[in-house]
Design a protein around this ligand. Structure first.
Ligand code: NAG
Ligand code: NAG
Ligand code: NAG
Ligand code: NAG
Ligand code: ZN
Length: 964
């Protein structure tokens, strides 16, 4: 999407730090992009499994009888253009209802004779004309059939008009409707968003059409391939401004029905899909710039704009657009680019063509109060959305089953766009943490699913929503990056540009992209691939999962095997490729890059990979392939000794990948747990963020499993030993904590260093952060803590402090005006180690005057992440399940996270029994959207018990031996 649904990138938030302290905060951040995902997909944390899209789409056995019982439009009518007029009322009517009224004319061509007009419409009330919902006329001299009957079909969201005779193929007609809808606060279609400014409630009318909500704003042929030209008119009150996809053409003032209004008309759009439309009425203001006659504007609440919070977005938008024009070799297709920050926008962002919508945290950056992570998020979300202006908007996939290509593509090139705008960040490396490793975790489960689905498998709105999953976004990004790497970037970009130019303003299926890339390969001498692009890519898109490639350097033998995290799980989804892949393997021998090797069957021998003595093999260099790598024990030893003696001989992202591969191979019982742990030994010399982050994410599981027993002591001692040099390093380069490190990722790693050091008890750490916090307590109006470090400092100060520290944070929380600050404090309040404070905080979560209703379940979860809070939160939820369920259980995405969050440490037989009892005792109440999470919790607890039993002794011994 503009995704409305998205997924998280916990950029530089010090996630792990907080996890260790007992609070892996998901932070507002979770919802990154357009990743609309956040809405339906609860899990926005790191690497946890994506619970959506695991249900198999139902293929209804009984075929619907009537055309309007099908979810898809018939192929008889094709829209050409619409004139749409909408009038949202920002004040409630006499019944207390917010509404909008509107009328629309659609001109369509009849391509197949039919006596039915079937057009989407949802939750709209129609004005009737002679008892019918619409008026039909013809565009030429063709006789117009009379309307016999018309009705609405709720289930399939259609308005059906039955005619007395047939429409003629080849003729065009126009259909006029007048309608009224509720401007509800449901975040779907044309909806209402509210916020408070200076104590006054303000109402904004805005829209979210993707995937199937345009039909809730006006009757339309609401499928992505039904592209048309839209001429929009918005009627609104005089103190507001109206925006839409086209540039404002004219504004006039008039009086309608005794109401003073303004009428804003917009330039007709280009030919486009309904899901990319946007209509917004607000009292927002903007800042703007011009780039080669292209008007670029950033819109937000007046206060935010006045505080300069839109400046960063404005600064990066021009360069990012320039980058894409060059990369796609196609100029920006529209005459303006608007981006707007909406308070309480549930999605991350949505790529409406020419009017992109964002939640505030994804567009606004406060130079004084925001952190480096906030800045990275703003630039990556903007880059993602702007990538869609061409890929997705100019050329659109024909149907939602190919969504992965749209989202995967934007999720890949967003890094290229940011790299252009912020060349010093090394942002391209971050795809390893935020997409590749993240989706590796999900796609290693037996119930994962393939990227690509058949068009007929995805028809109902709920099935369409399911497509917005981590798999679509992150696996899509990973396999497209792999493709670009083996074709080389210039070839990839040439194929892409030819695809965009060929299909501009049209629709495609994913194989069209493969065809154009294939042509680019064929037109480029010197590029050789072992099979066609399509044949190679089919292995990655049509079957789920990915391989682990095992290289035996003693013999040069190479094998591949479907990688499953749980070795005992069984895969019941058959694959036409029998879970083998065409694997492009870039590799190096003893530091020297070797020619790329293709593994095309299950096993092979590649003699150059046979090495001995001091020589070593490292495969998947630059982590350019979507697979894990295992080696024979000798080569593992050589790689580990290389890390210990000269880790910089291995690239930053390969260091991170060695760690991530080893830990996951150990979980899958392919290598020993000790071998995985040994990959962390060199970290005492590591200064870079990505390998550290990768290690901490993996060690987090160990912390959760052992932070309530004796293993924790030696684990902490080991972490202390490993983090100490990093802590000292940052102390030095920041001149005793008086400056911020200059490197972008150094700033993130400083957060990790302080967090782990304080948690493990490195000398000086706790005193340091407590002194900062005390200073702030003394003078609440002057916060001396750098924004980057706030989450960590707040959390540890409260964890190591008492009631005074807690109460201070609570009062700062109540007074916070910046959303991200409030959210940091709310998370940190859960870090206390004092049971009565935590219990009191739990009680607060059910009092909406203390904790906003939307934040209740995530606050309970935060408390549960804290090792002291976990049993308290569990008891609290058990005792009040029926109340919590009633209040929060209906449709809230965070609700299923509540169960998975509270139970993530569960690893004893007793906890398993409790969980089962909880399930039985509350069957009558129900579990709603947490039903699946509860089943998964039971399964995960069982797996945890097993893992702990099998590994505890080994892990304890290893940490004990290495921590001295
Ligand atoms: C839409 O309005 C324009 C300008 O008023 C008019 O020229 C055009 O014919 C209208 N199109 C439709 C579909 O009614
Ligand atoms: C639409 O009509 C139904 C049935 O008459 C009514 O209950 C509903 O309130 C109407 N919707 C609006 C937004 O007025
Ligand atoms: C935006 O760019 C201007 C001009 O280069 C610069 O002075 C300003 O600091 C930038 N603002 C932000 C928030 O990056
Ligand atoms: C698929 O792989 C399995 C296990 O590796 C093997 O036993 C089976 O023969 C293969 N089937 C086909 C059709 O290649
Ligand atoms: Zn997107």
């Amino acid at each position: 999407m503009g995704k409305v649904y998205y997924i998280s990138k916990n950029v530089g938030l010090g996630m792990f730090v907080l996890a260790i302290c007992g609070l892996a905060t998901i932070i507002a951040l979770s919802v990154a992009y357009d990743k609309e995902k956040s809405k339906n997909q609860g899990n926005v944390g790191d690497g946890e499994s994506d619970s959506t899209s695991t249900t198999t789409p139902s293929t209804t056995p009984d075929t619907p009888k009537e055309p309007w019982d099908h979810y898809r439009l018939p192929d008889s009518l094709i829209p050409v253009s619409y004139n749409v007029t909408l009038w949202p009322r920002l004040k409630p009517n006499a019944e207390g209802l917010y509404i909008f009224t509107g009328h629309s004319t659609v001109i369509f061509n009849c391509v197949k004779e039919t006596d039915l007009i079937i057009i989407h419409s949802k939750k709209l009330n129609f004005t009737t004309f002679f008892g019918h919902h619409a008026k039909l006329s013809s565009q030429d001299d063709t006789p117009v059939p009379t309307i016999l009957n018309s009705w609405l079909v709720k289930k399939t969201e259609f308005l059906v008009i039955q005619l007395g005779s047939r429409l003629s193929a080849g003729a065009s007609y126009s259909l006029y409707t007048e309608f009224l809808g509720e401007l509800a606060d449901d975040l779907e279609g044309f909806y209402r968003s509210e916020y408070i400014e200076d104590g006054v409630k303000k109402v904004v009318a805005t829209s979210q059409m993707q995937a199937t909500y345009a039909r809730k704003s006006f009757p339309c042929f609401d499928e992505p391939a039904m592209k048309a030209v839209f001429t929009v008119t918005i009627i609104h009150s005089r103190d507001t401004v109206a925006l839409s996809n086209g540039k404002e053409k004219e504004t006039s003032e008039t009086v309608i029905d005794g109401v003073d209004v303004k009428i804003t008309t917009f330039e007709p759009t280009r030919k486009m899909s309904t899901y990319l439309l946007a209509f917004i009425v607000s009292d927002f203001v903007s800042i703007e710039s011009n780039q080669n006659d292209l008007l670029i504007r950033i819109w937000a609440r007046r206060k935010a704009i006045d505080d300069g919070q839109g400046n960063y977005a404005l600064n990066v938008t021009g360069p990012i657009l320039r980058f894409y024009e060059h990369y796609y070799n196609t100029s920006y297709p529209l005459s303006k680019s608007d981006q707007i920050a909406l308070p309480d926008f549930n999605a991350g962002a949505m790529e409406n063509w020419g009017l992109v919508t964002y939640r505030e945290t994804a567009l606004l950056y406060d130079p004084i109060l925001s952190s480096t992570g906030n800045k990275e998020r703003v630039s990556t979300v903007i880059s993602h959305e702007l990538a869609h202006m061409w890929f997705g908007n100019l050329v659109t996939l024909r149907w939602w089953n190919d969504l992965w290509l749209n989202e995967g593509f934007a999720s890949y090139v967003e890094y290229l766009g940011v790299d252009y705008a912020e060349p010093t960040w090394n942002i391209k490396d971050h795809i390893i943490l935020y997409d590749v490793q993240k989706v590796f975790a999900v796609d290693a489960l037996a119930f994962s699913h393939p990227l690509s689905r058949g068009e007929e498998e995805v028809t109902e709105p709920a099935q369409i929503s399911e497509m917005f999953s981590t798999i679509s976004y992150s696996k899509g990004a990973a396999v497209l990056r792999m493709l670009s790497e083996f074709l080389t970037e210039p070839v990839f970009a040439r194929g892409l540009s030819s695809y965009l130019n060929t299909f501009a303003f049209g629709n495609t299926v994913y194989t069209d992209l493969w065809d154009h890339l294939q042509q680019a390969v064929e037109n480029t001498p010197g590029i050789h691939i072992p099979h066609s692009v399509e044949k190679i890519m089919n292995h990655w898109t049509l079957q789920m999962g990915y391989p682990v490639v095992t290289i035996d350097t003693r013999t040069g033998s190479i094998t591949q095997k479907h990688f499953l995290l749980d070795p005992d799980s069984t895969v019941d989804r058959p694959s036409q490729f029998n879970y083998t892949w065409y694997v492009p393997i870039k590799w190096m021998k003893t530091g020297v890059e070797q020619p790329q090797y293709w593994l095309l069957q299950k096993t092979d021998t590649h003699i150059p990979m046979r090495v001995s003595g001091e020589d070593w093999v490292l495969a998947n260099t630059n982590v350019s392939g979507y697979f894990r790598v295992n080696y024979d024990p000798d080569n593992w030893d050589r790689l580990l000794s290389l890390l210990n003696t000269n880790h910089q001989a291995v690239s930053i992202i390969n260091r991170a990948q060695i760690i991530d591969d080893a830990f996951n191979l150990a979980r899958a019982k392919i290598i020993s747990t000790t071998l995985a742990l040994r990959t962390t030994k060199y970290l005492s010399k590591e200064r870079d963020y990505i390998p550290w982050e990768s290690a901490l994410r993996n060690l987090n599981y160990y912390i959760l499993m052992f932070d309530r027993n004796e293993v924790y002591g030696v684990l902490q001692a080991y972490l202390k030993k490993q983090i100490q040099p990093l802590f000292e390093h940052f102390k030095t380069i920041t001149s005793n904590w008086t400056r911020v490190p200059t490197g972008h990722t150094d700033q993130y790693n400083q957060i990790n260093a302080i967090g782990i050091a304080c948690s493990a008890g490195v000398e000086g750490c706790r005193e340091l952060i407590k002194s900062w916090y005390r200073e702030w307590m003394k003078n609440p109006n002057r916060n001396p803590i750098h924004p980057n470090l706030k989450s960590t400092v707040y959390c540890y100060s409260i964890a190591f402090g008492g009631v005074a520290e807690w109460d201070f944070a609570w009062s700062m929380f109540k007074n916070a005006t910046l959303a991200s600050e409030a959210s940091r404090l709310r998370s940190a309040l859960a870090c206390s180690k004092i049971p009565w404070l935590l219990n009191r905080y739990l009680e607060y979560t059910l009092d909406p005057t203390k904790i906003r209703k939307q934040d209740a379940t995530s606050t309970i979860q935060n408390i549960a992440r804290n090792v002291v809070g976990m049993p308290l939160a569990w008891n609290f939820v058990k005792a009040r399940w029926s109340y919590i369920f009633q209040q929060y259980g209906k449709g809230s995405f965070s609700f299923s996270n509540l169960v998975s969050g509270i139970t993530q440490r569960f690893s004893t037989e007793y906890e398993l029994q409790e969980l089962k009892r909880f399930k039985e005792e509350n069957l009558s109440v129900g579990f709603g959207s947490a039903t699946m999470a509860l089943e998964q919790a039971i399964e995960k607890t069982t797996a945890n018990i097993k893992w702990v039993t099998e590994n505890k002794a080994e892990v304890q011994q290893w940490f004990a031996q290495e921590s001295t």
